[in-house]
Design a protein around this ligand. Structure first.
Ligand code: ME8
Length: 663
């Protein structure tokens, strides 16, 4: 039988629409599920919604809706978000489903029969937003110690669960299984929490009715956390599909935010002990996404909507950012500028350039076909060696939940491959007629891209599959699996297609946007690096963007360098301002039979209407980029004074048909 991997996310409250924090947890769980599938395991990935309790009942009442109708609507939006984010869950559990209500009632009855549930009276505090009971001494300034919001005094008849009876058994388990609570800092917190002694837990309520009735006493509804935690059993067929349950239980990983580690490592394991079921292997409490230094909250108005981010940047870019930027386990800042910087540097530049340069050179030197690798020199052996090490390190990091280290390793390989292009200088080999060595270099590059496609799959499934297809490989990345990461399995003869960039560079207004698309040139492909030049020099030499303001003369270039620029005359068909960007105009241009859109930083100098019908000059082969979310497929030429106060378009001196080449 194949090894299994059962991973869960928290089931989220439908008290509101989900935000980027929820997307963070679910993306990590999805990446892990996909990684384990790649590794050949039989994966079960469960997510869902936590629909009962006082908080939800009140929210529904505020909206004037019956609770079931209210949750149905919100939960549909959860599922829509997961679809857009490409979340590959195997089941979505809703706690209002009959299959779950049955399981919860059974669990309640079973623990009661065992003598671990008794009836008494609860008198104490309750935080409804957290759905948590607190003792007077646990409050901080009379407020909830977790969220700082006001608490309510409760006094009602309740059923209690004898947590205290299992305290020592739980402590022993935590001490003997260091992998049970991760990271280690959370484990220490939980051991300290146990030192204070466990109080028995109130597990039923009588003052509202939106919950699962206690089977033996239906005036009570089951406490929402007792109900919610049980989802991890319902979801894998407990009491319904014994074969499935035996296959996947115990869970390998409950992934949760740090604020709910206590529920998952104290209450949940004790419920399982009382049911004589094995405990999950690991509860991992990750850190929070912080927005510009502040916790996200509705009242602060800083809630980030993942839908808008997906609209603007695409699902894979957002997934990659969440997985790469935040040190897994710790809190991490989420900001638009960090996002753009990360996407530009890692995706548009590093990954994008590697693919673009390789595809372009394969086309130029081998009609797009991956050649049989020729004789290798020392330099050519380094990349395969590094690839082997990176695959090993990647596996180790994924298995031990050092996720961002795994991506860092992959990007070391990508970085090395880009440097290898500069060092091996395929264009020089081609000039010197060294076909054999050139074939080796190009094979190595294409093979690195194949490995990278597999390795990035858990983070960016769509992108990985596109790269796979671009290389001419059949089937899916997931079917190929990690086993295909062996160097040298790329068959010669495949045809690698040249495709538009996977991740156009994103330009934000204000950072050097002066003329056509100033700044974009910094990241253009480095294919043409000449011997003795650094890639940066070659890139800046190759692109005249905003160079009017450059104080230093640029390094000399050859005619060949200049010939790489495809400058053409274009006619402006339409022009308009870009919303939310003072400096930008969006132009529709005719390039001689081809229509394109370009975005130019000239709005302070030209009104849209004065441009329509005019001839301009554009760099037609500049890598497309996005500015304020608008696609720009080229750059117009303009000259400006060094301080940027005066600017004029570069135009042909007499009328010429659109598409005419500028040489
Ligand atoms: O707690 N940063 O549901 P919930 C990172 N229903 N992760 C965040 C986050 C942030 N700023 N905000 C939320 C519940 N999360 C219960 C769970 S499980 C049996 C019951 C994520 O809707 C994180 O995973 O309040 C956190 O634990 C979870 O959303 C809380 O979701």
């Amino acid at each position: 039988m194949r090894e299994t991997f059962y991973v869960t996310t928290p089931i989220y409250y439908p008290s509101d629409r989900l935000h980027i924090g929820h997307a963070y947890t679910t993306t990590i769980a999805d990446a892990l599920a996909r990684y384990h599938r790649l590794a050949g395991r039989d994966v079960f990935f469960l997510t869902g919604s936590d629909e009962h309790g006082q908080k939800i009942q009140r929210r529904a009442a505020e909206k004037g809706m019956p609770p079931q109708k209210y949750v149905d609507e919100i939960v549909a939006s959860f599922q829509e978000l997961w679809r857009r984010l490409n979340i590959s869950y195997d089941d979505f559990i809703r706690t209002t489903e009959p299959r779950h209500e049955r399981v919860v009632q059974h669990i309640f009855r079973r623990i009661q029969e065992k003598g671990d549930i008794y009836k008494s009276e609860y008198e104490g505090w309750y935080c409804t937003p957290c759905e948590t009971f607190w003792l007077e001494r646990q409050l901080v300034d009379g407020k909830c110690p977790d969220c700082g919001r006001p608490v309510e005094l409760l006094r009602e008849e309740s059923y209690f669960f004898r947590l205290s009876r299992y305290q020592e058994r739980l402590r022993r388990h935590i001490e003997e299984h260091p992998e049970f609570i991760q990271p280690a800092s959370r484990r220490n917190e939980m051991l300290k929490f146990l030192d204070q002694g466990l109080e028995d837990l109130c597990i039923s309520r009588t003052t509202f009715d939106w919950g699962i009735p206690v089977p033996t006493d239906p005036r009570h509804v089951v406490y929402v956390w007792f109900d919610a935690l049980s989802n991890y059993l319902t979801g894998v067929g407990y009491l319904q599909d014994e074969e499935k349950f035996r296959r996947y239980w115990p869970a390998d990983l409950h992934l949760v935010g740090k604020e709910i580690v206590r529920f998952h490592t104290i209450i949940w394991p004790i419920m399982l002990m009382a049911l004589d079921l094995p405990l999950p292997k690991t509860v991992f409490g990750h850190g929070w996404l912080i927005i510009e230094g502040d916790k996200m909250s509705k009242s602060k108005g800083n809630v980030v909507d993942p839908h808008l981010l997906i609209d603007e940047f695409g699902a894979d870019a957002i997934r990659y950012f969440l997985l790469r930027e935040i040190s897994f386990g710790q809190d991490g800042n989420f900001s638009r500028s960090a996002l753009i910087q990360r996407l530009n540097s890692d995706l548009a530049n590093d990954l994008g350039n590697l693919i673009h340069r390789t595809a372009a050179m394969l086309e130029r030197y081998f009609q797009g076909q991956v050649p049989e690798p020729g004789q290798a020199e020392d330099l050519d052996l380094e990349l395969p060696r590094l690839a082997g090490q990176v695959v090993e390190e990647y596996r180790r990091c994924m298995e031990t939940y050092e996720l961002n280290e795994a991506w860092a390793a992959v990007w070391r390989l990508i970085g090395r491959a880009n440097k290898y292009i500069d060092e091996a200088a395929p264009w020089a080999l081609a000039r010197q007629g060294q076909q054999d060595r050139l074939a080796r270099v190009m094979y190595n590059l294409a093979e690195t891209i194949r490995l990278v496609a597999i390795l990035v799959y858990p983070a960016m499934p769509g992108t990985a599959q596109r790269i796979w297809g671009q290389l001419g490989l059949a089937g899916t990345v997931e079917e190929a699996g990690l086993a295909a990461c062996q160097w040298g399995r790329l068959p010669a003869g495949l045809r690698m297609r040249r495709e538009p960039p996977l991740f156009p560079r994103i330009e934000e207004e204000g950072e050097g946007v002066e003329a056509g698309r100033a700044g974009a040139g910094r990241s253009t492909a480095r294919e043409g690096t000449a011997p003795g030049q650094t890639p940066a020099q070659a890139a800046s030499a190759g692109v005249p963007a905003a160079s009017a303001s450059a104080p230093q003369p640029l390094p000399e270039i050859t005619l060949e360098d200049f010939a790489k620029l495809e400058l053409r005359v274009a006619k402006v068909l339409a022009a308009e301002r870009v919303a939310g960007a003072d400096k930008l105009l969006k132009l529709q241009i005719d390039l001689g039979g081809e229509r394109r859109q370009i975005v130019a930083g000239i709005a302070l100098h030209y009104r849209p209407e004065e441009l329509v019908g005019r001839l301009i000059v554009v760099v037609a082969n500049l890598k497309p980029a996005r500015l304020k979310g608008e696609l720009s497929q080229g750059m117009l030429l303009a000259a400006s004074t060094e301080d940027g106060t005066a600017l004029g378009l570069v135009v042909p001196e007499r009328p010429l048909p659109p598409g005419s080449r500028v040489k």
